[in-house]
Design a protein around this ligand. Structure first.
Ligand SMILES: [Zn+2]
Length: 114
C-alpha cells in the first residue's frame, strides 16, 4: 500500500468515499507528524495509485473551487492569467502545502499556489 494523500481525518473520510465510488479499495492510517500534528494517511495499493491520484486531484480542485479560490492563479508580477503548469501534479502536494507550480509565459515568473 502507498500513501496517496495525507490529510485531516474528515478529509480522509471524504476521499475514502470517493475512492469507493470508483471501486478503488483504500485504507486510512492515523499518524502524528514531526510537528505533533495528527494527520490521516490514505493508502491505496500500487495498481490503483495513479487512478487514486486523479480522483484526489479532482477532489482538491473541487474544494478549491468551492472555497472561492481560482483554479488557476494570476501572475503576481505582471497579472498574466494564462499561466502554464510547470509541474506534474503530485497528489500529495495538491492537498497539502503546494497545490501547483505555474510558470508565467509573459514574464517568466514562477508561481506556487497554496
Ligand atoms: Zn508574469
Amino acid at each position: 500500500m502507498n500513501v496517496v494523500a495525507t490529510v485531516s481525518e474528515d478529509e480522509a473520510r471524504e476521499i475514502v468515499d470517493l475512492l469507493r465510488q470508483v471501486q478503488i479499495p483504500s485504507q486510512t492510517e492515523a499518524t502524528t507528524e514531526e510537528t505533533g500534528l495528527e494527520v490521516t494517511g490514505v493508502l491505496v495499493d500500487e495498481a490503483h495509485f495513479d487512478q487514486a491520484c486523479d480522483v484526489i486531484e479532482q477532489w482538491a480542485a473541487a474544494r478549491a473551487a468551492a472555497s472561492g479560490r481560482p483554479a488557476k492563479p494570476r501572475c503576481p508580477a505582471c497579472g498574466e492569467e494564462g499561466l502554464e503548469r510547470a509541474d506534474e501534479v503530485d497528489c500529495l502536494k495538491t492537498i497539502t502545502k503546494i497545490a501547483a507550480i505555474y510558470h508565467c509565459p509573459n514574464c517568466g515568473h514562477v508561481v506556487a499556489t497554496a
